[in-house]
Design a binder for this molecule. Structure first.
Ligand SMILES: Nc1nc2c(ncn2[C@@H]2O[C@H](COP(=O)(O)OP(=O)(O)OP(=O)(O)O)[C@@H](O)[C@H]2O)c(=O)[nH]1
Ligand SMILES: Nc1nc2c(ncn2[C@@H]2O[C@H](COP(=O)(O)OP(=O)(O)OP(=O)(O)O)[C@@H](O)[C@H]2O)c(=O)[nH]1
Ligand SMILES: [Mg+2]
Ligand SMILES: [Mg+2]
Lengths: 277, 292
């Protein structure tokens, strides 16, 4: 790999540099490089190409194991968008809506960010563009109350999919994490038989802090999957390797732009290839 | 934290007799780990550690009774040196209105920071005018207008059909005729590799020659921070940075990477979602936060 003719320290250092620069994280990187060194020795691998291929396969395996893509059930489906500020929750919600609207599903939005300036208007613009009904209340109202209204409306209108937007919040803000738990609880109470999914949105430009975000959001509201946004930039989003490895959270979707069509299913092979390009 | 780790490593190594150069190099791996975990750029870490190493493999450290403390002292000195000593202020134009342009990646906190800056400047006795330069994001103009209403400060907008160069020109003309001495221009989030969108910022810069072009960067940004900052700084005349979302637990190593690679100072930090959550940047505080 990379014009190396033999397996030596220089090669492992290059690998370490590549992975760290992809935001895989130093701990995960060092564990994997150590394991690779051992394997190279034990299996008496001489060819760098062979070693590199094994390495990529190992990464793909981590990302692929118990992989379940985003899928709608036959009952009411409810997706709750969660994540820290500015990562792309509202935009990703619009992209998901576009995907299912194109499949003739009835989609509805809950304007659950009742705090940030322009948040409700932002959802309303998307609702208009995509022909999706928006359930909202006044700015400053209780997010759980909006969620309650939205679930009643979704049931009454026989919607296939209700997507609930929530305000960005730092995982370290305990009272805001409690608020999120309340939103999830209200939805669970009002739609006990619905297929519910908590989608954690992570920004591909985020470094090691993404692990802390994933940990605390998972602890608070039991995350079902991750949407990794802004992969159309130069950031690699390698942190999801550590997150999958340590927390078992699957990456389901990726965002590759700002338009409604810029949503793709997570593809472990493509992702790993891009990590090293 | 790092101090303890260094002390423990060096004590363990010293335990077998006098410290040698290799022992110090071994201990410095802790510094490398701490900085990488803090999201400092890989190459910046490599250069930094080798600089510390040069100073640390001297008699003062190796013959010291507390070598760990000596190394930490060197690390702190080198880090503070890098972060910059001066407390950076905003530049104002000799001829009003002063134009402050905010730019950066999507979602970094520009619009909110525009509001925060307006609040601060008004408190400092200035007459700021917010200018709605984001014509792309759904309800971006609404967002800025709501912030202006909250602050009881004017927001200049031409809707989303005029291009931002015309908008900033219009804002300046409005400022001149309405006694506003500072124009804070909010721009759309964009990728540093989006040729067309970067050209838009270049055009604005050419047109109005801002006194400040501030790059707004999210404190949780990882290794990509250097790529972003380098490209923005190459294409535009970045005068400083604003590091946002420091109220979280991100270590903020991006700040060190960006400062090292561009030399541009962090002028303010965003410490929360409210409009009062803007603070000056304290290099020593940032250095110890990064070290952990
Ligand atoms: N380039 C790019 N930009 C994106 C992507 N996803 C979202 N964005 C942009 O990121 C910015 C923030 O998106 P939002 O959807 O408002 O993010 P949010 O998480 O809802 O933000 P808050 O509600 O304020 O916490 C917007 O400018 C979006 O257009 C993506 O995949 N690629
Ligand atoms: N906790 C915290 N949140 C912040 C801070 N600054 C901004 N935010 C939040 O980050 C999110 C994004 O802020 P915006 O001001 O919309 O970001 P932007 O850069 O204008 O986004 P685009 O215009 O889409 O590129 C919002 O939820 C803000 O409330 C900060 O210092 N701390
Ligand atoms: Mg949002
Ligand atoms: Mg904005």
């Amino acid at each position: 790999f990379r014009g190396y003719s033999k397996i030596d320290d220089e090669l492992f250092t290059e690998l370490e540099e590549l992975m760290v620069q992809a935001d895989v994280g130093i701990k995960t990187t060092m564990d994997m490089v150590e394991e690779l060194r051992t394997r190279a020795r034990e299996e008496e691998i001489e060819d760098p190409e062979e070693l590199f291929t094994e390495f990529q396969e190992k990464l793909v395996q981590i990302l692929k194991s118990d992989f379940e893509p985003l899928e709608l059930s036959a009952d009411l489906n409810i997706i709750i968008m969660v994540g820290v500020n500015g990562v792309g929750k509202t935009t990703t919600m619009a992209k998901i809506a576009e995907r299912y609207r194109a499949q003739d599903k009835k989609v509805m939005f809950a304007a659950g960010d009742t705090f940030r300036a322009g948040a409700i208007e932002q959802i309303e613009v998307w609702g208009q563009r995509l022909g999706v009904e928006v359930i909202s209340q006044q700015a400053g109202s209780d997010a759980a109350a909006v969620a309650y209204d939205a679930v009643q409306a979704a049931k009454a209108r026989n919607a296939d999919l209700l997507i609930v937007d929530t305000a960005g919040r730092l995982h370290t803000q305990k009272n805001l994490m409690k608020e999120l738990q309340k939103v999830k609880r209200v939805i669970a109470q009002e739609a006990p038989t619905a297929h519910k999914e908590v989608l954690l949105v992570l920004d591909a430009t985020t470094g090691q802090n993404a692990i802390s975000q994933a940990e605390l959001f998972d602890e608070a509201v039991d995350v079902d999957g991750i949407a990794l946004t802004k992969l159309d930039g130069t950031a690699k989003g390698g942190i999801v390797v550590a997150i999958k490895n340590e927390l078992g959270l699957p990456i389901k979707l990726i965002g590759v732009g700002e338009e409604a069509e810029d949503l793709q299913d997570f593809d472990p092979d493509q992702f790993v290839e891009a990590l090293f390009s | 934290g790092l101090s303890e780790k260094l002390q423990n490593t060096l004590n363990r190594l010293k335990g077998k007799g006098k410290l040698n150069e290799n022992d110090v190099k071994e201990a410095l791996k802790e510094v490398k780990m701490a900085l990488l975990e803090a999201d400092v750029n890989y190459k910046v870490v490599k250069d930094f550690v080798s600089r510390v190493e040069e100073r640390a493999v001297g008699k003062d450290v190796m013959e010291s009774l507390t070598p760990g403390q000596q190394v930490i002292k060197i690390v702190n000195e080198e880090l503070s040196e890098l972060m910059g000593k001066e407390r950076s202020k905003l530049e104002f134009s000799p001829q009003p209105p002063t134009v402050i342009m905010l730019c950066g990646l999507q979602g970094s906190g520009k619009t909110t920071t525009a509001g925060k800056l307006a609040k601060k400047l008004a408190a400092d006795g200035k007459q700021p005018l917010l200018a709605a330069g984001d014509i792309y994001r759904p309800a971006a103009i609404d967002q800025l207008q709501q912030l202006g209403e909250e602050l009881n400060l004017p927001v200049f907008s031409m809707g989303d059909e005029k291009n931002p160069v015309d908008i900033v020109r219009g804002a300046i003309s409005y400022a001149q005729s309405h006694g506003r001495d500072t124009v804070i221009l909010d721009t759309a989030g964009r990728l540093h590799v989006d040729r067309e969108m970067m050209q838009e910022l270049e055009d604005i810069e050419q047109e109005v020659n801002p006194a400040e072009t501030l790059l707004v960067v999210d404190a949780m940004t990882g290794q990509d921070a250097v790529n972003v900052a380098r490209d923005f700084d190459e294409i535009l005349n970045i005068t400083g940075l604003i590091l946002t979302k420091l109220d979280g637990d991100a270590r903020g190593g991006a700040a060190l990477s960006i400062k090292t690679v561009t030399g541009k100072p962090v002028k303010f930090v965003g410490n929360g979602e409210k409009l009062e959550d803007l603070e000056p940047f304290y290099p020593e505080r940032m250095a110890s936060r990064i070290l952990g």
